[in-house]
Design a binder for this molecule. Structure first.
Ligand SMILES: Nc1ncnc2c1ncn2[C@@H]1O[C@H](COP(=O)(O)OP(=O)(O)OP(=O)(O)O)[C@@H](O)[C@H]1O
Length: 227
């Protein structure tokens, strides 16, 4: 499903070059529920962004469903993201002027789904994440945890094969975080979606079926767990 071979990525800032990923190899099979753990700055977000095709590695290859991302045109990459990948960002990235339902429906709009179906599916998925009566609220009228659930609903509404989540439980209290994880586990179990998270949160690590530790741009441990 996802195969990262010898990935390297550096960022240049002024005169300083930061080597964020150093020869990372990682294969993720369909249906995995995997957490990337590691200290701040270890390269987790960088790796998620590369897997999601938001950025390209300096060296190495990333294949998603056998397709090498560096071989795709920008339009091909955009299409792959739109049809196969759901993103949950650290800062939610909800569109402030749109309601919760419109935020969730937005991706379907890009996918060419008709307005009636968009609204119906958006409300159904919001109901599934416990926000059935909040579809008409704007992000500013929702708590952080509720915004995070809208972001999850938006990421999963079109049944993506892969969901990439950057610290999905950051900013959430533990009860809301646990509820969110349970929801994502259900999506993983029932819809077979592959989940890859980055996290500092022990609770997320405890729920993961596979825990990959990154330190200093390298994978230092990769453990499959009994759940
Ligand atoms: N756009 C950028 N420009 C310059 N340096 C960057 C950029 N993005 C990341 N870095 C650097 O690359 C390294 C890896 O960052 P990354 O965000 O991948 O870490 P992380 O493990 O996700 O951290 P956190 O847990 O704090 O989110 C860090 O040293 C960071 O400062």
């Amino acid at each position: 499903m996802v195969r990262c071979s010898n990935i390297r990525k550096s960022y240049v800032q002024g005169k300083v070059t930061v080597s964020a990923l150093k020869a990372v190899n990682l294969t993720v099979e369909a249906g995995e529920f995997l957490a990337l753990a590691g200290p701040s700055g270890s390269g987790k977000t960088t790796l998620l962004n590369l897997i999601g095709g938001l950025d390209l590695p300096d060296a190495g290859t990333i294949r998603v469903d056998g397709t090498a991302l560096n071989r795709l045109t920008p339009a091909g990459l955009a299409r792959l993201r739109l049809t196969r990948i759901g993103f949950i960002f650290q800062a939610f990235n909800l569109i402030p002027v749109l309601t919760a339902a419109e935020n969730v429906a937005y991706v379907m709009h890009l996918q060419g789904v008709d307005a009636g179906t968009r609204r119906r599916r958006a409300l159904a998925i919001l109901d599934e994440v416990g926000l059935g009566d909040m579809g008409d609220r704007r992000p500013a009228e929702l708590s952080g945890g509720q915004q995070q659930r809208v972001a999850v609903a938006r990421a999963i509404v079109s049944g993506p094969a892969i969901v990439l989540a950057d610290e999905p439980t950051a900013n959430l209290d533990s009860a809301t975080g646990e509820a969110l994880l349970t929801l994502m586990e259900r999506m993983n179990r029932e819809k077979g979606a592959t989940f890859i998270f980055s996290t500092h949160d022990q609770m997320v690590m405890d729920h993961a079926h596979r825990l990959v530790h990154i330190r200093d741009g390298r994978i230092e441990d990769d453990t499959r767990r009994q759940t």
